[in-house]
Design a protein around this ligand. Structure first.
Ligand code: ZN
Length: 212
C-alpha cells in the first residue's frame, strides 16, 4: 500500500530538474544535485568594466532563467539565491554600495508572472533595495535581436520618482544583461536629475552579444 501511494505521488508530483530534465525526488528542489554542483563551480564573479556577472548566458543558465520567469517556477528563486549569495554580498561590501535597484518589470509582465524575478531573489537574500517605476509597457526584450530596435523599445520606459542618488554608489541588478540597452536606459534616467558617485551593474548572466 505504501509503495502504491509512493508511486502515485511520484506520478503526480514528479519534478524535473530545470537544467538536465532528470526527475528529482524531493519536492522542494528544482535543480538536481549534479547540476547544482556544476553551477556552483562555475559561479565565479566576472566583470566587463562595471558590469559584474556570474555566468555566461549558456544553455543551462537559459533553461533555469526561462523556467524561473516564464514557467512560473517562483521557488527557483531559493536555489538561484544560494548560488549568488556570497559573490553578490561581497560585491555590495567591496564597492560600498549604498543603493540597490532591481530592474523593474512592466505591469503587464507583473500580471502575467505575478512577481519581479530580481526582487524575489533580493527578498530571499534579505538585501534592501529601492525601486524605480516602469512607466511604459514594452515588448519582450528577448524577442528583439536588433540593437537599434531594442533601444527604441526600451526608450523612456523608466521613471525615477524617489531615489536620490547624489554622491551614492548604485548597484543595478538584472537577471540577464543582453546588449545592455535596458541598463543604459535606467542609468540615463537615474543620472538625469541626480549625480551618483558610481554605478555598478550585477546580473546572474551575461550574453555574448554584450558590447560596452
Ligand atoms: Zn539536473
Amino acid at each position: 500500500m505504501k509503495n502504491l501511494s509512493q508511486s502515485f505521488r511520484k506520478l503526480f508530483f514528479s519534478i524535473k530538474c530545470s537544467v538536465c530534465g532528470k526527475i528529482i525526488e524531493t519536492e522542494t528542489q528544482y535543480i538536481c544535485h549534479e547540476c547544482f554542483r556544476i553551477l556552483r563551480r562555475k559561479s565565479e564573479m566576472k566583470n566587463i568594466d562595471n558590469y559584474y556577472f556570474l555566468y555566461y548566458y549558456d544553455e543551462d543558465i537559459k533553461k533555469i532563467i526561462t523556467d524561473y520567469k516564464l514557467k512560473n517556477r517562483k521557488v527557483l528563486s531559493k536555489e538561484i539565491s544560494i548560488l549568488i549569495k556570497k559573490p553578490l554580498k561581497e560585491l555590495i561590501r567591496e564597492k560600498r554600495i549604498n543603493i540597490v535597484i532591481p530592474v523593474p518589470i512592466s505591469s503587464n509582465r507583473m500580471k502575467e508572472r505575478g512577481f519581479n524575478q530580481v526582487e524575489e531573489i533580493l527578498k530571499e537574500l534579505r538585501i534592501d533595495y529601492e525601486t524605480i517605476d516602469r512607466i511604459r509597457d514594452t515588448e519582450h526584450m528577448y524577442s528583439i535581436l536588433e540593437e537599434k530596435k531594442r533601444e527604441e523599445n526600451i526608450k523612456k520606459a523608466f521613471k525615477n520618482n524617489e531615489i536620490n542618488a547624489n554622491g551614492k554608489n548604485i548597484l543595478i541588478i538584472d537577471d540577464i544583461v543582453t546588449t545592455g540597452s535596458t541598463i543604459r536606459e535606467i542609468v540615463k534616467e537615474i543620472t538625469k536629475k541626480t549625480s551618483p558617485k558610481e554605478i555598478y551593474i550585477f546580473s546572474i548572466a551575461m550574453s555574448k552579444f554584450f558590447k560596452k
